[in-house]
Design a protein around this ligand. Structure first.
Ligand SMILES: Cc1cc2nc3c(=O)[nH]c(=O)nc-3n(C[C@H](O)[C@H](O)[C@H](O)COP(=O)(O)OP(=O)(O)OC[C@H]3O[C@@H](n4cnc5c(N)ncnc54)[C@H](O)[C@@H]3O)c2cc1C
Length: 391
């Protein structure tokens, strides 16, 4: 075999089809019973397969320049060309996020067809127990089978969602060949809250979402929708900021990002002084949320009974709600793993290890994580393609 790829996920399949199209003999092996399980689960079953506005700044890495070369050589437009060639119906949901009109399986079937047409073989239910480098490449021990290849590509992904087949195997292989692993943690993940009062507030609002909240943490900010859950906070804006959050950090939420809430409340007081605060707040929030805000944070009396200092304090709280999440939901639900194989020891052009010839790392196993919005798949396509051109 010319090339063995461990991991039949997004990056592995892209690498396989690219290498096989060059005439390389390619075998993809995966311990799972199905290829591309995460693709099937992605984007709520519709796969947010890329983003029209992909830029290196959409990625988090200890080495922010690393992703640039691969992203420039295989762009969102290149992937879109393949999607269009396969006549897959898609749409832009918002913010450049492209989703399938029908099912995520359209994307997986496209990749599997490209692999089959190019002659790449996929072997499932194949856990690797041992890898050895030798003069002609690598020998892999898989149960009773011994496999031989010239180039070995590690595309086994990160730790998020073990029930979808995620393992730390890629890190183990990297360490075997002397690579450094940067600390890993869950990213694009909901926050949990244990403070009893705050938890009760969130839980009572479970299922309620607020459009266009601005959330800030550690100098980063995102503006998207926020969702209350039984255990804490979720929604796109929370998933985005979670990738910048470290345990113990507080976050700041602007629940009314379209206005200066203090000024607005003072205006309301001038115009409708007999209205209760709850009634005024229900102009911007659901009635239930307005009620709970009054119960948990403010009192509920007619606006005329507040002095301007009190109204300003209420507005301040709505625009600058500071809280400290207790933790995250962890790898059980995280969309991505932050950290991973240190990219300082990998070629940004070919994804080849600088420690071991003919060994390659692609996709999420590397210390490159995208923002929410199709960026993680674009990284899988781009890094898979970069390696596929040279293996
Ligand atoms: C629920 C969910 C929804 C998501 N939605 C989106 C989205 O809409 N858009 C987006 O851009 N990103 C999304 N992501 C992130 C995206 O799925 C990943 O970033 C991407 O799949 C990473 O590709 P990969 O090929 O590196 O790894 P994976 O796709 O995880 O593939 C790794 C493969 O390696 C195999 N493997 C693992 N260990 C071993 C082993 N020891 N031996 C053999 N095989 C092994 C696994 O079975 C798997 O098939 C989502 C993630 C999740 C969890």
């Amino acid at each position: 075999m010319d090339v063995i790829i461990i991991g039949a996920g997004a990056a592995g399949l892209m690498c396989a089809l690219t290498a096989a199209q060059r005439g390389r003999k390619v075998l993809v092996i995966d311990h799972a019973n199905k290829a591309g399980k995460k693709i099937l689960m992605s984007g709520g079953g519709r796969c947010n397969f890329t983003n029209l506005y992909t830029e290196p700044s959409n990625f988090i890495s200890n080495n922010p320049h690393f992703c640039k070369s691969a992203l420039a050589r295989y762009t969102q437009w290149d992937f879109l060309e393949m999607v269009q060639r396969h006549q897959i119906a898609y749409h832009e949901k918002k913010l450049g996020q492209l989703f399938c009109d029908n099912k995520a399986s359209d994307i997986l079937e496209m990749l599997l067809k490209e692999c089959a047409d190019a002659g790449a073989t996929i072997q499932l239910n194949t856990p690797v127990t041992r890898i050895q480098a030798n003069d002609s490449g690598f020998t892999l021990q898989c149960n009773k089978q011994t496999l031989q290849c010239k180039s070995l590509v590690i595309a086994s992904g990160g730790l998020s969602i073990p029930t979808l087949g995620a393992t730390g195997y890629g890190y183990q292989v990297a360490e075997q060949f002397g690579h450094r692993i940067l600390p890993t943690r869950a990213g694009l993940v909901p926050f949990t809250i244990t403070d009893p009062q705050l938890k009760e507030f969130c839980s009572a609002l479970s299922g309620t979402s607020i459009n266009d909240c601005v959330v800030q943490c550690n100098g980063q900010s995102f503006k998207e929708d926020l969702l209350f859950t039984h255990r804490g906070l979720s929604g796109p804006v929370i998933l985005q900021i979670s990738s910048y959050w470290q345990p113990g950090d507080s976050i700041e939420i602007d629940l009314l990002s379209d206005r200066d809430a203090s000024v607005w409340l003072l205006e309301q007081q001038a115009q409708h002084s007999n209205l209760e605060l709850k009634t005024v707040l229900s102009e911007c929030f659901t009635r239930k949320m307005a009620q709970l805000l009054c119960e948990h944070w403010f009192s509920n009396t007619p606006l005329k009974q507040y002095n301007s200092k009190q109204l300003s304090a209420i507005g301040e709280q709505l625009n600058h709600w500071r809280l400290t999440p207790s933790g995250t939901e962890g790898y059980r639900t995280a969309e991505v793993t932050l950290g991973g194989i240190d990219t300082q020891e990998v070629s940004s052009k070919t994804m080849q290890s600088q420690k071991q010839d003919n060994l390659y790392f692609i996709g999420e196993v590397l210390d490159v994580s995208g923002h929410l919005g199709g960026f993680n798949f674009q990284w899988a396509w781009a890094s898979g393609h970069a390696a596929g051109l040279v293996v």
